[in-house]
Design a protein around this ligand. Sequence first.
Ligand code: 5RP
Length: 263
Amino acid sequence: MESAADHIEMAKKQAAYQAVDDYLLPSYKFVGIGSGSTVMYVVDAIVSRGSEFYSEMTFIPTGSQSKGLIKTAGLNMCCVDERPFINGQPVALDVAFDGADEVDEDLNLIKGGGACLFQEKLVATAARKFVAVADSRKKSLRLCTKWKTIPIEVLPLAAPDVLRRLRAMGSPSPAVRSGLPSKAGECVTDNGMWIIDAPFSPLLIPKDLSSAEDGKGRNGSWEIQTLADELLKIPGIVEIGLFYGFNGNQAAGLGKGLQAQKP
Ligand code: 5RP
């Protein structure tokens, strides 16, 4: 009999294969590969197409985990800072695929459950199209409903002050993430930073606000863009796990129960 865990793996696999079918075109040359367990199925789906499909493509990882995935699958790899220049500019990625911790109805995301958020955002914003690959467990009306904290990558030196400022912004109990159970101490990212997980009330999207409200709803909840702007002003914050405002360049390969948007 299929267990709950099997069912989840099937949903991740279905979302990943659907995303690759819908959004990876054979003409593409540079493809971002994100982090997490769902992205493993994205790589499987690419490999299942056969080497004729992917041999002219180069894959850009978002950290050590996805580097491992790309290498093990035998795909061509190039790090985000090593990609070629065209007309004096680093080449744009045709598409980037990545997982998500929570997805709202506008396809805004919380990411960073795997502590790779800085490189994930670098790769996502270097791509012409960003595809969030997630099964239906990740869907919610507003971010911070199911995944209740925003992952924030910080310089270790700045952590005490960032925590203080987050509390002043209404995050009740922000905390530095600990390492793996086998490791003592803080979770250290691929960039040598720490992660702070900051709880916030469910985030509003622009249509939730009346014209009189300026970034905060009546119950004091933050609107996503306003919160992101405020967080990114804090010295020592390297990047935040809110992925938003991709201006139509964002799509979703979402598993059962969710609708995918066509490019
Ligand atoms: C890592 C991430 C992951 O993409 C996110 O945590 C989803 O992971 P999974 O597919 O294992 O649920 O943002 O920083």
